[in-house]
Ligand binder design. Structure first.
Ligand code: ADP
Ligand code: MG
Length: 241
């Protein structure tokens, strides 16, 4: 779905975590929000997801203004850095939980839950792990479980907040490549928040660079490198070159 953010402001006391953020994201696009720690990335995702409010500005998803729409009615799948799987639940139950948090009218019956969970585990390519508990699978596999859980609600939009933070470098590369492949297959509009320029540049169609709550550039990776809008962008995306 298209995402349109206009003039978004979110203050915490004297700090403006978001200081007038505007973004237009196309249907099916993979966007990375890149910025250093404290630049407002998580706040932006929380406001988009409806987990936090804003003092000014507006969010539209598929053209509809989201102000006042509760998080669970926004049709957004969210994966956070510490993706908190339930340790006492199997992989199957963790993904099923994603289906059970849907509004009552949309909540599937038992057989349908089982069918959907298996379909989702196939999609994230870990069908053999459904009976395992989270500590019995690898970090990369846990990440896939978290993603399957987020996809269970059939989101119109997927938000990922530093989803690879807990993975080691090698696994991170693999999961990253896999995520892009998954996106290309299902075509879901995706916003990934990261402080890792390499990750943003490799994965995204366009990268929004955030500096102290403001978007200083929103362009394809190649443009950020060839025509950085500010010295901050040049310094930030150039670090790994
Ligand atoms: P990032 O995810 O880019 O590291 P955040 O969105 O978490 O940045 O934070 C942006 C700014 O807002 C920081 O200065 C942070 O300290 C502040 N902030 C975020 N959440 C809160 C909160 N709940 N209470 C007070 N300040 C907050
Ligand atoms: Mg953050």
């Amino acid at each position: 779905m298209t995402v349109s953010v206009g003039g978004l402001v979110r203050r915490f006391g004297p700090t403006a975590a978001l200081d007038g953020v505007s973004l237009e994201i196309a249907e099916g696009e993979f966007v990375a929000v890149l910025g250093p720690s404290g630049s407002g990335k998580s706040t932006l995702l929380r406001v988009l997801a409806g987990l936090d409010g804003s003092e000014a500005g507006e969010v539209r998803i598929a053209g509809r203004v989201m102000t006042g729409v509760p998080a669970r009615e926004r049709g957004i799948g969210v994966v956070f850095q510490n993706y908190a799987l339930f340790r006492h639940m199997t992989v199957f139950e963790n993904v099923a939980f994603g289906l059970r948090v849907r509004p009552r009218a949309l909540r599937p019956g038992r057989a349908e839950v089982a069918r959907r969970v298996r379909e989702l585990l196939e999609l994230v390519q870990i069908p053999e792990l459904e009976r395992r508990y989270p500590d019995q699978v690898s970090g990369g596999q846990r990440q896939r479980v978290a993603l399957a859980r987020a996809l269970a609600i059939e989101p119109r939009l997927l938000l990922l907040d530093e989803p690879f933070g807990a993975l080691d470098a090698l696994v991170r590369r693999e999961v990253r490549r896999w995520l892009r492949g998954l996106h290309d297959r299902i075509g879901l509009t995706t916003i990934l928040v990261t402080h890792d320029q390499e990750e943003a540049m490799e994965l995204a169609d366009r990268v929004a660079v955030l500096e102290r709550g403001r978007v200083v550039q929103f362009d394809p990776p190649a443009m950020l490198l060839s025509a950085p809008a500010t010295p901050f962008v040049a310094g930030f995306v150039g670090e790994v070159a």
